[in-house]
Write a protein that binds this ligand. Structure first.
Ligand code: 6LW
Length: 532
């Protein structure tokens, strides 16, 4: 029987995790940036296996994501439960700054969730704390009102009026952080043995990330730095450490009295990572000073002892894998579009034979809503394949697969036409506004299987014409090109399907018969067989 689990418990781009428990059920939310629907909600009974229930923001509405860079948008939600109601607070960021903080409520975390209600709050990373007396305290971080040597940011608090869902009463400045020099972020407040413990993230979400803490006997402060800070970090670890950038933690207790934290971290290879910031699970105990993270090892481990509530349960993987034939009326929860619903433009076909995508004028490089759906890359070694049929009527028309970091950093393997109208498949990399054509092959059939195969070294793009038994390799793009370090921003790689006319009027249509995402084992050959 298993006694350990594998971290991360949620692989792929799921940054800024927040967790709460109701009875035997745990719920977890993460950032979603400019992807739509926003704020995925997961459920677990054992903290190790997570299943997505819904998205909090799954109706277009007052939170417009159009015009935003992929790494702006919906940041760092917190989920809490009180008196039969679930609350999520989060912030819409523009140009990397908090623009609108809001609260959303639900009776059932599977939805429906209310429309977002704006809160009069500066900054980012909002959280809620329900005190024993039923009062609710809202905390967040912002630029310090009077910057000093203490650092540029501060944590602040106001009461949340639960009847009106409005912030009320005075603002309390709580704390400027322990590590200094960088913003203090991601506050969460807990009460343990009558003492209020504030934990935060410091050092930035990259290699100096850390968890720090302060405490007070009074909820509104003053808060005194926990001198043990940082309580959790991998900032001092060398290149052999598999998990880096650890921080942005939230605590939860289990029905049998254990305490665990979810925290973000990344898994770099030779200094760069492509999967984004993932969710790791870390054991915690309470000491007289406050929480002790990873009391046995002092760090986040790839293999960790199971929570006692999880013992005896089968080990699994939260990642969604396998072949999707798009034969359900709605897309699975693993799929996102960019900045809003793609509506009828991307839809399961009426004849049940797959997915139809109408070409949109917006290219993937736009900050609008392109005809694109994608899912997270969740394994370094993977393949993504799709059987697709399309005949471009003009060289501006293209459709195919995208390996996508952001609107200025991606690669596409597309079916298109050359200047003479001859069909061809073209591999293009786009970086900082410039598109580079890397390879092309003439098409001998209008139906192909396109493939992307990733590993530690790179992403290899291949295709095979339907009925042919040979794969044609276009090129390999080195893995670092798709890394967050190279692309900038806060997200990991998405693998997607797209179709665009690059601004031309006209109405081409693409048929996607299926899409397959699979982790790869080392021994598998690139040309592994497929059943079209
Ligand atoms: C998140 C904040 C952060 O809100 O990145 O660098 C933001 N720090 O904690 C987006 O993930």
């Amino acid at each position: 029987m298993a006694t350990t689990f594998r971290n991360p418990v949620l692989p792929g781009c799921y940054p800024d995790p927040s967790i709460c428990r109701v009875g035997e059920d745990f719920y977890l939310v993460t950032s979603s940036f400019a992807y739509y629907p926003g704020i995925p909600v997961f459920h677990s009974r054992d903290l190790v296996h997570w299943h997505q229930l819904t998205h909090v923001l799954n109706r277009p509405g007052r939170l417009s994501l159009e015009g935003l860079d992929v790494s702006d948008g919906v940041w760092a939600p917190t989920i809490r439960h009180h008196d039969g109601t679930f609350y999520v607070v989060s912030t819409l960021a523009r140009r990397r700054r908090g623009d609108l903080t809001f609260v959303v409520t639900a009776d059932d975390p599977a939805g429906p969730w209310s429309d977002p209600i704006p809160l009069e709050a500066e900054g980012i990373d909002p959280s809620l704390f329900f005190d024993d007396d039923g009062r609710c305290w809202f905390t967040a971080c912002r630029d310090a009102a009077h910057p000093s040597g203490d650092g540029p940011g501060e944590l602040w608090m106001r009461e949340l009026d639960l009847e009106r869902l409005e912030l009320a009463g005075p603002t309390h400045v709580l704390w400027r952080g322990a590590v200094r020099g960088a913003w203090v972020e991601a506050p969460h407040l807990y009460k343990h043995d009558g003492v209020y413990h504030l934990i935060a993230a410091e050092g930035g979400t990259e290699s100096n990330h850390s968890v720090t803490a302060a405490r007070s006997d009074v909820v509104t402060g003053p808060y005194l730095t926990d001198q043990r800070s940082p309580l959790l970090t991998h900032r001092h670890r060398g290149p052999d450490e598999p998990i880096h950038n650890v921080g942005h933690a939230d605590l939860v207790d289990t029905p049998d009295g254990e305490v665990w934290a979810v925290t973000l971290g990344v898994r770099p290879i030779e200094g760069t990572h492509t999967l984004g910031r993932e969710v790791f699970l870390v054991p915690v105990t309470w000491s007289a000073h406050g929480p002790v993270f990873a009391p046995e090892s002092g760090g986040v481990r790839m293999s960790e002892r199971l929570p006692s509530i999880a013992s005896g349960r089968p080990n699994g993987d939260t990642a969604v894998t396998g072949r999707v034939r798009f034969d359900e009326p709605a897309l699975g929860l693993e799929w996102n579009s960019l900045r809003g619903p793609v509506g009828d433009r991307v839809r399961p076909s009426a004849d049940g034979g797959g997915l139809d995508i109408d070409l949109a004028p917006e290219p993937l490089s736009s900050t609008g809503v392109p005809a694109f759906i994608g899912r997270r890359q969740q394994h370094v070694r993977f393949h993504a394949r799709t059987r697709i049929g399309f005949t471009a009527a003009h060289p501006a028309e293209e459709a195919g697969v995208a390996v996508f970091q952001n609107q200025d950093h991606y690669a596409t393997l597309a079916l298109t036409a050359d200047g003479g109208g001859r069909a061809q498949a073209v591999l293009t990399a786009r970086e900082a506004g410039t598109s580079t054509r890397l390879a092309s092959v003439p098409m001998t059939a209008s139906e192909v299987v396109l493939a992307v195969e990733g590993d530690e070294a790179g992403y290899t793009f291949r295709l095979t014409h339907l009925g042919a038994d040979q794969w044609i390799t276009l090129a390999t793009i080195e893995r670092a090109f798709f890394s967050t370090e190279c692309a900038g921003g806060f997200v990991g790689v998405y693998l997607g399907l797209y179709a665009t006319s690059n601004g031309r009027a006209g109405g081409g249509r693409v048929r996607v018969h299926w899409f397959e995402y699979q982790p790869r084992v080392r021994s598998e050959t690139a040309q592994a067989a497929y059943a079209p």
